[in-house]
Write a protein that binds this ligand. Structure first.
Ligand SMILES: [Zn+2]
Length: 294
């Protein structure tokens, strides 16, 4: 593993966690990380939890967040989950070059699944001319999510601070894929072995995925949780979570499922490669990262 690419298998499916880079969330653009990630956390429990994770509130000045896309080769299909954030920061937009080192050209991808409409998940959809980068692919998104970003709903619901960047990315990266788009509105199989899971809250049509082959399971939770501490404190929501009540309900449902199915989990913003298992702990859960060799 080189921090950019990590290959693994789910049954007979060949999967790759592919980094799009990292992005720094810090003041003045964003609140300090503890406030950004755990907006409603009470002071005392927050300090305790951070100490347990060797994080000191005053010294945790910036959150360097990984962006981790996923490639699934089912044998029949080459699927890409999320397209990264081309142009968002100096260290994002590395998806294509990382795919290339794996011998994957954009034309090889036949299905692009977009978990939601945030810049870090759709920001590699189009090139400088505004054309779809994955020219041979059909694009899949949850219907509520597409409708949210393509209507005035987004403008109304987003706070002033984030509106400009979020809407800018949506307007650049969503209309050009419209003719290649298939929306889902229920927990259906997108392809054989890849099922859509409703995971609303972070955004209205945020989607998780259950990937299964030969009895093995991978749950792609995307932004259901942004930090491993969210497993321990599922009611602590982030500043970018649109509906906190839905976020908690979705987290509880999906984390329970991960435990029940003993599924491998991939989380978009967790330390690379974002893979691990969910372990039950007291009244919540804990993250157990997959051991990887470098
Ligand atoms: Zn994200």
């Amino acid at each position: 593993m080189n921090g950019q690419i990590y290959r693994f298998k789910v049954g007979s499916f060949h999967c790759i966690a592919v980094s799009d880079g990292t992005h720094i969330y810090a003041p003045p653009t964003f609140p300090p990380p503890p406030m950004f990630l755990f907006t409603n956390a009470p002071t005392e429990p927050l300090e305790q939890t951070l100490r347990k994770h060797n994080l000191q509130q005053e010294q945790w000045a910036e959150w360097v967040s990984p962006y981790i896309c996923l490639v699934i080769n089912t044998g029949e299909h080459r699927v890409l989950v999320d397209t990264g954030a081309n142009g968002l920061g100096p260290n994002t937009g590395k998806l294509l070059q990382n795919l290339k080192t794996e011998g994957i050209d954009p034309e090889d991808i036949d299905t692009v699944i977009l978990t939601h409409g945030h810049p870090d998940h759709i920001g590699g959809n189009t090139d400088a001319e505004g054309k779809p980068v994955f020219a041979n692919a059909r694009y899949i998104m949850w219907k509520d999510e597409w409708d949210f970003w393509m209507s005035e709903q987004a403008e109304l619901k987003l706070d002033e601070h984030s509106r400009e960047v979020l809407l800018g990315y949506a307007r650049k990266n969503l209309p050009p894929i419209q003719n290649h788009l298939y929306t889902v509105d229920r927990e259906t199989e997108i392809l054989s072995g890849i099922q859509a899971i409703a995971a609303p809250g972070h955004t209205p049509g945020h989607m998780a995925l259950a990937i299964s082959s030969e009895g093995e399971q991978l749950l792609c939770v995307s932004d259901t949780v942004l930090h491993p501490i969210h497993l321990e404190q599922p009611d602590w929501y982030a500043a970018v979570d649109l509906d906190p009540v839905q976020v908690e309900a979705t987290r509880r449902r999906i984390l329970t499922r991960a435990v029940t199915e003993k599924a491998l989990v991939i989380a978009f913003h967790f330390p690379f490669p974002g893979l691990g298992h969910v372990v039950p702990k007291v009244e919540a859960w804990q993250w157990q990262p997959t051991k990887t060799t470098s």
